[in-house]
Design a protein around this ligand. Structure first.
Ligand SMILES: O=C(O)[C@H](O)[C@@H](O)[C@H](O)[C@H](O)COP(=O)(O)O
Ligand code: SF4
Length: 615
C-alpha cells in the first residue's frame, strides 16, 4: 500500500518547515563527530581519571578502537517502572564484555514518579524535570568516553528528557533499554470505581489503600496506557529500541535476553562498530511522524502533544498541533487500552502488541518504512514478534490481533480518526483526547465554574456546589504559572458528576495524566492565564462550549463584552517543596505547543545567533 496522502503531506510540511533548523542540527552533529570530544582525543590525565575505577576493563578502555557504551541510568525506588534498573549496569557490563566491548555508567538522571506526586506540590516540578533529565544526560555524555549510548528510562518525562539530551550528542549511536510493565494486578477500571466510591464517601481509606496496593503491586511500569507506556510505544515505532522489546515484563528470561541482545547490537552500531547508526540520523522527520501516527492510532497520552514537539526540536525538527490534528483526521484508532478501553498493556501485548500495530499501520500506508533504526533489518524488523528458543531470541512475522476488543486492523477501527485533536476558539488553542470519551460527551455546553487551584475543585464538590452541568475551568496551571502540573486527581470527582448524568468538562492551561480518560478535557490551553491568555477572562456563570466534534473551545459571551474584559491578575507564586528552584525555568520556557521546554527555548536563541557559522 502506498503512503497515505495525509501522512505524506504532513511529513512534507514538517520537512519544509524544518529545513534550516535541521540542516544546522546535522551540521553541528557532524562537527561533534569530526571535532568534538571523543575517547581517542582525551589527554592521558582525562583517560586515567575515566578508567581509574574500571578494572577489569582497563586494558580494553585504553584501546581507542573498541566500543565503550555510556549508560545513562534513571534508577530509583520511587518509580516501580525504574526499580529494575538498579541491577542493569552490572548486567550491561557483562553483556558488553561478551562481544569485546565495555560499558561504564556515564551518569545518572533524576526521575519523578507522577503517581507519587499526583495531586501533591511536587507535581509542579514534573514538566521542567524533563529539562533537568536532558541536561543530566548531557553532563554524563560530555565525558566523551563513549562510542555508543544506552538510555535506561521508561516513564513520563524521563524518556523525552533522555532523548532530548542524547540528541545533542546525536553523532553517537544510542538505544533505549526498556524494563517492561508490572504483571497485571487489580484492573485499572476497578481501581477507578473504588476511587469514585471513596470520593462519594461509600468506602473508607483502608479499602482505598487496599485497592491502590493491589493495582500498583510490584516492579515494572503501571499497566494503564498512560505517558510511560506511550513512551514505550513511541520509542519502538521510531526504531530506537530492539524490536518487540517494550512490553516484556521485568525479571523474565525474555526480558533479560532482550537487554543482552540490545547491548550486543549497540556494540555493532557504535562508532567503532561495523554498522554505525548515529541517533541524529535515526531521529529524522519521518521517524517523528511515525511516532505521531503511533500516538494517534493507539490513543496515547496527551502529554506527547508536548513531548513530541520537544523531542523533535532537539533534533532540529519543528512540529505543531496542526500537524498532529491533520494526522489525526487520517489515522484510525485501532487500540483500546485503559483508559481508552478496559484492558491493560499486558493484555494489549498478549493479543499482538506493537508488532501487530506496526504491521497493520505499515500495511495501511500509515507509517514511513524507510527510517534508519537500531535494528539491522530496518523498520520491517519491528513488525515481528519476539520469543525465546532456549536462550536465543527468535522473531516471527506479526500475527493479526487475537482480540478485537483491544486491538483491531485498520479496516475495522474503533474510530476512523485518531485519539487526539487541536481545539481552537476565543479561549485560545488546546489539545483534546477524544479516544476515551463516550460519544454523548463529545459536546459539552455548560456554565463555567472558575478555579485557580485543583484542590478547591474537590472542596467545591464536597460542599455540593458542582451538582449540575458545569465546565470546570482551572487556570494559572500553565508552565509560566506553576510548571504546568497534571490535574489527574480531579478525574474521580468529575467522573462521579458525569456518572450522575451531568454534562461535565474540564478546561485548563494545565495538563492531565495519560491515565486520565472518561471526562472531556480541553487541556494545555494557550496562551496561558499567567501571560494574560483569554482563559484569564472567564467568569463564573459564563456559558462555555467544549466540542470535540467541531474542535471548538468557546466562551459564549457577547463579543464586545468579551473583548472589554481584562485578564484577572495572577496569584503569587507558590514556594516550598523546591518549587522556588524552578522559577528560572518558569520564566524562560517555550509554550506547550512548541514543547514547553526552558532549555530548548534558550538553546534555540544561541543556535539562531550562530546561524550557519558552525565549526
Ligand atoms: O501521564 C501519565 O501517564 C501519568 O502521569 C501517570 O504516570 C501518573 O502516574 C498517574 O497519576 C498515575 O495514575 P494514578 O494517579 O491514577 O494512579
Ligand atoms: S507509570 Fe506513572 S505512576 Fe507508574 S511508575 Fe511510571 S511515573 Fe510512576
Amino acid at each position: 500500500m502506498s503512503l497515505n496522502p495525509v501522512v505524506e503531506s504532513v511529513t512534507a510540511r514538517i520537512i519544509e518547515r524544518s529545513k534550516v533548523s535541521r540542516r544546522r542540527y546535522l551540521a553541528l552533529m557532524e562537527r561533534n563527530r569530526a571535532k568534538g570530544v571523543l575517547r581517542p582525543k582525551l589527554a592521558c590525565g582525562n583517560l586515567a581519571h575515566a578508567i581509574a575505577a574500571s578494572s577489569p576493563d582497563k586494558p580494553d578502555l585504553m584501546r581507542p578502537t573498541g566500543t565503550n557504551i555510556g549508560v545513562i541510568t534513571t534508577y530509583n525506588d520511587m518509580l516501580s517502572a525504574h526499580q529494575p534498573y538498579g541491577r542493569y549496569p552490572e548486567q550491561i557490563k557483562l553483556f558488553a564484555r561478551e562481544v569485546g566491548a565495555t560499558a561504564q555508567v556515564a551518569g545518572g538522571a533524576p526521575a519523578m514518579c507522577d503517581g507519587v506526586t499526583q495531586g501533591q506540590e511536587g507535581m509542579e516540578l514534573s514538566l521542567f524535570s524533563r529539562d533537568v533529565i536532558a541536561m543530566s544526560t548531557a553532563v554524563g555524555l560530555s565525558h566523551g568516553m563513549f562510542e555508543g549510548v544506552a538510555l535506561l528510562g521508561i516513564c513520563d518525562k524521563i524518556v523525552p528528557g533522555l532523548l532530548m539530551g542524547a540528541l545533542r550528542f546525536g553523532h553517537l549511536p544510542a538505544m533505549l533499554i526498556p524494563a517492561g510493565p508490572m504483571p497485571s494486578g487489580l484492573p485499572n477500571k476497578e481501581k477507578q470505581r473504588i476511587r469514585q466510591l471513596y470520593v462519594q464517601g461509600k468506602v473508607g481509606q483502608d479499602e482505598l489503600m487496599e485497592a491502590e496496593n493491589a493495582s500498583y503491586h510490584s516492579p515494572g511500569t503501571c499497566t494503564f496506557y498512560g505517558t510511560a507506556n506511550t513512551n514505550q510505544m513511541m520509542v519502538e515505532i521510531m526504531g530506537l529500541m530492539m524490536p518487540d522489546s517494550a512490553f516484556i515484563n521485568p525479571n523474565t528470561k525474555l526480558r533479560q535476553a532482550m537487554t543482552r541482545s540490545g547491548i550486543h547490537r549497540l556494540a555493532e552500531i557504535g562508532l567503532n562498530g561495523e554498522d554505525v547508526r548515529p541517533l541524529a540520523h535515526c531521529v529524522d522527520e519521518k521517524a517523528i511522524v511515525n511516532a505521531a501516527v503511533g500516538l494517534l492510532a493507539t490513543g496515547g497520552s496527551t502529554n506527547h502533544s508536548i513531548h513530541l514537539p520537544a523531542i523533535a526540536r532537539a533534533a532540529g525538527i519543528l512540529i505543531d498541533w496542526e500537524d498532529i490534528s491533520r494526522l489525526s483526521s487520517a489515522v484510525p484508532l485501532i487500540t483500546r487500552v485503559y483508559p481508552s478501553g478496559s484492558e491493560d498493556v499486558n493484555a494489549f501485548n498478549r493479543v499482538g502488541g506493537m508488532p501487530t500495530v506496526i504491521a497493520e499501520l505499515t500495511r495501511a500506508g500509515m507509517l514511513h518504512k524507510d527510517i534508519l533504526t537500531v535494528s539491522r533489518g530496518g523498520f520491517s524488523d519491528y513488525a515481528r514478534r519476539a520469543s525465546l528458543e532456549g536462550d536465543e531470541i527468535v522473531y516471527t512475522h506479526a500475527k493479526p490481533s487475537t482480540d478485537t476488543d483491544i486491538l483491531r486492523d485498520v479496516a475495522t477501527p474503533f474510530r476512523p480518526d485518531g485519539g487526539m485533536r487541536l481545539m481552537t476558539g476565543n479561549l485560545g488553542r488546546a489539545i483534546y483526547k477524544s479516544s476515551a470519551i463516550a460519544p454523548e460527551h463529545l459536546t459539552v455546553e455548560a456554565p463555567a465554574r472558575v478555579f485557580q487551584d485543583q484542590h478547591d475543585v474537590i472542596t467545591a464538590y464536597q460542599n455540593g456546589e458542582l451538582e449540575r452541568d458545569v465546565v470546570v475551568v482551572v487556570r494559572f496551571q500553565g508552565p509560566e504559572a506553576n510548571g504546568m502540573p497534571e490535574l489527574h486527581k480531579l478525574t474521580p470527582t468529575l467522573g462521579v458528576l458525569q456518572d450522575r448524568g451531568f454534562k461535565v468538562a474540564l478546561l485548563t492551561d494545565g495538563r492531565m495524566s495519560g491515565a486520565s480518560g472518561k471526562v472531556p478535557a480541553a487541556i494545555h490551553v494557550g496562551p496561558e492565564a499567567q501571560v494574560g491568555g483569554p482563559i484569564a477572562r472567564v467568569r463564573d456563570g459564563d456559558m462555555i462550549r467544549v466540542c470535540a466534534v467541531t474542535g471548538q473551545i468557546e466562551a459564549l459571551v457577547d463579543a464586545a463584552e468579551w473583548e472589554s474584559r481584562k485578564p484577572v491578575a495572577p496569584p503569587l507564586p507558590a514556594l516550598g517543596t523546591g518549587r522556588e528552584l524552578f522559577a528560572l525555568m518558569r520564566s524562560v520556557h517555550d509554550p506547550a505547543e512548541a514543547g514547553g521546554s526552558a532549555m530548548l527555548a534558550q538553546m534555540d536563541r544561541v543556535i539562531e545567533a550562530v546561524g550557519d557559522d558552525i565549526h
